[in-house]
Design a protein around this ligand. Structure first.
Ligand code: GDG
Length: 728
């Protein structure tokens, strides 16, 4: 029987736990219902850490007995390792930094090692279950390294990643000492999702800044792998939530709370006592409202539930202290014997109480400084009774603001903004409140968390797996070559195409000062005795003539636009009209040379190259993009191609292309196999055109279509000697 591909979800903790009586408890969070909702009828697996060894052993079977379609895989992690990976790294560096509190981020290399260890363990355990065609959806910042680790173990699994918290400004992200590892880890995914467009934008900037990857809003390419990018704002199970808020138990509690409320206009606040939630800003805003609008005194109060979290961490102790101090000071300033403007509860509440609080309050105030989304705002909206609709006052800095634009949006850093919104909510007519809440409820009803999960999974399952093109290593010594390559070299006749700069000579700041070293020259001469050797370069004819004077090698200049076979003169392969674009591009490049210090134009017969390797890099790179844009637009209909390369912008006649040269040469040489060697973008055209007609070797790092990789230019001469020796 053919096995059906399965879905695998991964989160830090499992949606289940075992209580003291040994009974299984299912978590009630939004993510749990979303993922359960999306896979109601099919079976799926869920991986998460478990620090109780006994529970880890029992969990799988306990879950199987309760929910037949869930395969639950607890990954046992020693408490100490968990503490260091989770609190020491994820919560002590990623959480503060991603919430713009970089002063609280505390990098510790040993905790980083535990983060790697936890990710690795998770990858190994998933790899035991996942098979080709399966989909793995990884959740959140605990697992930045997991995608790559898993990809290495299971290349044919589709991997998705969703970040539940904001992605910060690239300027902050780049402070992380292990920024490259985090980004290259996550880029092994097939799809990465964010709550909000601005998070995706920051991510793209970070990719460029940290890894030099040019991504757009749709996808990123890194080391030959394509990653789709997208925005998927999370939601709640809206209709279910509305129904839960209307039960008789909740209604009874609503009545009770309304009787107890100490003012006619109660604003509720439900936040974990985390520094990102901006509780101190909320209190300052309220204080300012009561000062600015005396008519609100004794009419407006705040019922704040602050849910304890990470109580032993100094930053959390200090925010608690500040919040409690502010509560005291506001109650001192505005309290009366019968009324306190702030009712503060440092505890969590039962679900019935939570729903009744939402339903009984006249407004909710969310003042997060940064918040991935904020589900509390959505829950408040869905809990509202349309006979008594309340108002949602929401921080612009919560991802939810992008979905809930009918809220009263505030800048939490501006006390006036909060004060004015409180006043507006207080004074708002019934019709406007109803209008706003109905519209918000409509949005959420049509866009539930199940829809969110369906949207992400649909896109993930529809991604096309990038075939893994990881070139095999090419050892310098022939004794270490693999048998395929050794066999290839044994062909009776062989054509060898070698690029020049970056392959036969190292890249230097002044290209005019490049010379072939004697040892390489000798190796080439020896190789030319045994093969049809071609030097295929972007350089012009004069330069190649100078470098290879007296050597019996075939030369191809300007990426193959001109060719000089042994014993013949230079011949052109160009048939298009160069004059239709050359003077115009020359003028534009000259203009840029004026603007960018130390840049210069290299003029060849069928191509022009603007070089900026000596110029201030960021500025020149920016100007090169502008130039590229200008040339692409202006020259769209001309027989010229424009490319940005390593510190160059190159415009060349369409015949100047190593791929087209190789195709031409293959026709001339019939079935002779080719060995193509090169290091940069232009050589990729040659590798692509080669297809199955030979073997390609990339010199140095970077993404490539080549079959083999020689690790560095420094190894080329030695390797050429090995070839000569193998051919003897
Ligand atoms: C992260 C991101 C993003 C809270 N206290 C009680 C209680 N809750 C429930 C709420 C709500 C949930 O917890 C909190 O969700 P948030 O979205 O507000 O925040 P985080 O936990 O920080 O979650 C966040 C989210 O991931 C999803 O992607 O929105 O931005 O930080 O559902 O109702 N529930 C009960 N008693 C409580 O005392 N019963």
């Amino acid at each position: 029987m053919i096995r059906k591909p399965q879905r695998i979800f991964v989160s830090n903790r499992l949606p289940y736990s075992i209580n003291e009586n040994g009974d299984l408890k299912r978590g009630s969070g939004g993510l749990v219902s979303a993922l359960m909702g999306v896979s109601r009828s099919e079976s799926f697996s869920w991986f998460g850490f478990e620090t109780n060894e006994d529970h880890a052993l029992k969990m799988h079977n306990l879950v199987k007995n309760t929910e037949t379609n869930v395969n639950c895989y607890p990954v046992y992690l020693d408490k100490d390792v968990y503490e260091k990976y989770y609190n020491g790294f994820a919560n002590d560096i990623l959480w503060p930094l991603f919430h713009y509190e970089s002063h609280l981020a505390n990098f510790n290399r040993s905790n980083w090692e535990f983060y790697q260890e936890a990710n690795k363990l998770m990858a190994q355990q998933i790899a035991e279950v996942a098979q080709a065609g399966d989909t793995v959806w990884i959740h959140d910042f605990h697992f930045f390294l997991l995608p790559k680790m898993l990809r290495d173990l299971c290349p044919e699994v589709k991997i998705g990643f969703f970040l539940h918290i904001p992605f910060p400004s690239a300027e902050l992200f780049r402070q992380i000492p292990v920024r490259e590892e985090l980004l290259s880890g996550i880029l092994a995914c097939d799809l990465i999702g964010f709550h909000e467009y601005s998070y995706l934008r920051q991510f793209i900037v970070a990719l460029k800044m940290v890894l030099g990857v040019d991504a757009n809003f749709i996808q990123a390419q890194y080391e030959g792998h394509r990653t789709q990018l997208g925005v998927y704002p999370i939601s709640i199970e809206s209709d279910e939530f509305r129904e839960k808020s209307q039960t008789p138990e909740v209604e009874a509690k609503v009545e009770e709370y309304r009787r107890q409320h100490s003012s006619p206009f109660v604003i509720v606040g439900i936040d974990r006592l985390d520094y990102s939630k901006g509780l101190e800003l909320k209190l300052r805003g309220l204080q300012h409202a009561l000062r600015k609008y005396p008519e609100l005194r004794e009419r407006v109060s705040l019922l704040q539930i602050a849910i304890p979290t990470r109580e032993d961490v100094p930053a959390y102790m200090s925010i608690r202290k500040e919040v409690e101090h502010l509560v005291g000071s506001i109650n001192g300033e505005f309290g009366t014997p019968s009324h306190n403007p702030v009712h503060y509860v440092y505890n969590s509440v039962q679900e019935t109480e939570l729903l009744a609080l939402y339903r009984s309050a006249s407004a909710i105030l969310v003042t997060s400084k940064r918040d991935g989304m904020n589900l509390v705002a959505m829950e408040y909206v869905m809990a509202q009774d349309l006979k008594t609709p309340g108002s949602l006052i929401l921080s612009e800095f919560a991802g939810a603001a992008s979905l809930l634009s009918d809220a009263l949006l505030v800048n939490p850093w501006d006390v006036d903004s909060i004060a004015d919104a409180i006043k507006k909510a207080h004074d708002m007519e019934f019709e406007e409140r109803l209008d706003r809440i109905s519209h918000l409820q409509d949005i959420l009803s049509k866009y539930s968390s199940t829809k969110w999960a369906q949207g992400f999974i649909h896109d993930l399952e529809n991604t096309i797996l990038t075939p893994r093109r990881i070139p095999k290593p090419m050892p310098v010594r022939k004794e270490d070559w693999n048998s395929d390559f050794a066999k290839f070299i044994a062909s009776p006749r062989l054509a060898v195409l070698l690029d020049y700069d970056g392959t036969l000579v190292s890249i230097v700041k002044r290209p005019d000062q490049v010379v072939l070293i004697e040892e390489t020259r000798k190796a080439l001469l020896a190789l030319a005795e045994k093969t049809d050797l071609f030097i295929l370069s972007g350089r012009n004819r004069e330069f190649l003539d100078g470098q290879f004077q007296g050597m019996k090698v075939n030369l191809a200049a300007e990426h193959g636009a001109f060719v000089k076979l042994i014993g013949e003169d230079w011949k052109t392969r160009i048939s298009s009209d160069i004059n239709s674009w050359y003077p115009h591009i020359e003028k534009i490049m000259n203009d840029y040379t004026e603007k960018v210090p130390l840049s210069f134009v290299e003029k060849k017969k069928a191509s022009l190259v603007w070089h900026f390797r000596l110029s201030p890099q960021d500025f020149a790179a920016f100007q090169s993009k502008k130039m590229d844009d200008e040339l692409q637009l202006g020259m769209a209909n001309q027989p010229v191609t424009v490319n940005i390369g390593k510190a160059i912008v190159e415009a060349k006649a369409i015949e100047c292309n190593k791929g087209s040269f190789l195709r031409w040469l293959r026709q001339q040489m019939n079935s002779v196999p080719f060995l193509c060697v090169g290091d940069d973008r232009t050589d990729e055209d040659m590798f692509e055109a080669l297809g199955g007609a030979g073997v390609s070797v990339k010199v140095g790092d970077g993404q490539t279509l080549a079959q083999y990789r020689l690790s560095s230019q420094k190894d080329v001469t030695q390797w050429l000697w090995s070839l000569v020796s193998a051919l003897s």
